[in-house]
Ligand binder design. Structure first.
Ligand code: PMP
Length: 426
């Protein structure tokens, strides 16, 4: 169903879905200029970070220009104004992810910090020697290394759910490892390396039955599909603003209130206290207890503007748009000899991220030729080295779609693949 978004979003039903990616490009200044080679910029690297629409850039500039002062401190108008806008952004985030209360929304720098916060604060309080934690082989390093550090420090054991040949979590292995009684399962809703969409609601139910808490890394899902923490049923959720049209330097940890209430601070200092004496300190309530020091004020307000933009489009429509682009690109790449696509075949379990390799051509060389063609993709291990190991690959090339992409970008992708094969004599 097409939506009628508020200005300044441009929608038209000429693209493959409810809105036109081509038309939306007009909202993103980065697409105004051609590339160095004089080509149209075809940006297929949203999974690394997304471009910003004018509405977000203007909200950020406006916050700094007219509404900026430190928050939660001043008894003067400007500070009250900044605080109201900052807290308004917190409310928008709560609404966006279906959080029962904005008090459960902790502003952090990014998904990495959100996961580290849980590993330090929850982990170091609740894990004992001999305990188990569970994550998966499909994770970004941000959802592996904090748990490795934690378990090594505490003397606990870290296990990994295996992945299938087509890049899904092995549900039998998951069930077997949950039966070992881990205290927490940390997993991504969408894999940044393969695009796999994990059935996190079903998995959370399995984990809860086995007595484990669940942390969902939503860095690659929150920007691209509707998210509802109540529907998922998870206990913690992490996301990064910069991947969902927002500024860098702002991210979110959501946690169930009773869990956050029971967790000690991660970092200490100003803002997170009620009272300090020379003998000790009394900590503030959540979420402020976890927000030591001056936060990223304008960036939080910018994230609020990004959410407004996404809400106006409708996250169901964003997901549907990317699903159609995925289907088209997956099929088109499948028709080119010498292209190996990774991840699930099924568009229901594959987000708008396609990892692929070209026979005999290193992914870095692929990305270099692509760049020449104006097509920006990521080549490398995608901060998911265990995934590369699983498929015995040093790296892949990754094309990731977002709302400003359209069928012309899919064509540009397949043209770039053919151009690369020609350059390398494929
Ligand atoms: N998890 C996943 C699945 C990711 O894709 C990323 C970013 N590539 C992260 C976590 C970490 O995000 P950030 O670098 O913004 O902290």
């Amino acid at each position: 169903m097409a939506v009628e978004p508020a200005s300044p979003i441009t929608t038209r039903t000429i693209g493959p879905g409810a809105f036109s990616g081509t038309a939306l490009r007009g909202d993103f200044p980065v697409f105004d200029a051609p590339t160095r080679q004089g080509k149209r910029l075809v940006y297929l690297d949203a999974a690394a970070s997304s471009p910003k629409p004018r509405a977000v850039i203007e909200a950020l500039a406006d916050a700094y220009a007219h509404h900026y002062a430190n928050v939660h401190r001043g008894i003067y108008e400007l500070s009250e104004d900044a605080t109201a806008r900052f807290e308004g952004a917190r409310r928008r985030v709560a609404g966006f992810i279906g959080a029962p209360s904005e008090r459960e929304i902790v502003f952090v720098r990014n998904a990495t910090e959100a996961i580290n916060l849980v590993a330090y604060s929850w982990g170091r309080t609740n894990l004992s020697p001999g305990d188990r934690l569970l994550t998966t082989q499909l994770e970004h390093h941000a959802n592996i290394v904090p748990w490795q550090q934690l378990t090594a420090e505490v003397g606990a054991t870290l296990e990994y759910v295996a992945i299938t040949d087509d890049g899904r979590l092995d549900m039998d292995d998951l069930a077997a490892k949950l039966a070992n009684g881990p205290k927490l399962l940390a997993l991504a809703q969408v894999s940044n390396a393969l695009g796999t969409i994990n059935p996190v609601a079903e998995i959370t139910e399995m984990a809860h039955r086995a007595g484990a808490l669940v942390l969902v890394d939503a860095a690659q899902s929150a920007p691209h599909m509707p998210i509802d923490v109540r529907q998922i049923g998870c206990d913690f959720l992490a996301l990064s603003g910069h991947k969902m049209l927002g500024p860098s330097g702002i991210g979110i940890l959501w946690g169930r209130r009773e869990l956050l209430d029971a967790m000690p601070p991660f970092m200490t200092g100003g803002s997170m206290i009620i009272r300090v004496t020379l003998e000790g300190a009394e900590f503030n309530e959540v979420p402020y207890r976890f927000e030591a020091g001056t936060p990223a004020i304008a960036e939080a307000i910018g994230l609020g503007a990004a959410i407004d933009y996404l809400d106006a489009l409708g996250m169901d429509n964003v997901r549907e748009h990317e699903r159609l682009l995925f289907e088209r690109a997956w099929a088109a790449l499948g028709e080119i000899p010498g292209v190996r696509r990774l991840g699930p075949d099924d568009p229901d379990t594959h987000a708008g991220v396609i990892s692929f390799v070209l026979d005999g051509i290193h992914p870095h060389d692929v990305a270099t030729v692509f760049d020449h063609e104006g097509v920006a993709v990521r080549a490398g291990h995608h901060c998911a080295m265990p995934v590369m190991t699983r498929y015995d690959l040093p790296a892949t090339t990754r094309a990731s779609f977002y709302l400003y992409n359209d069928t012309d970008d899919v064509d540009a992708l397949t043209d770039a693949v053919r151009a690369t094969q020609q350059v390398f004599g494929g």
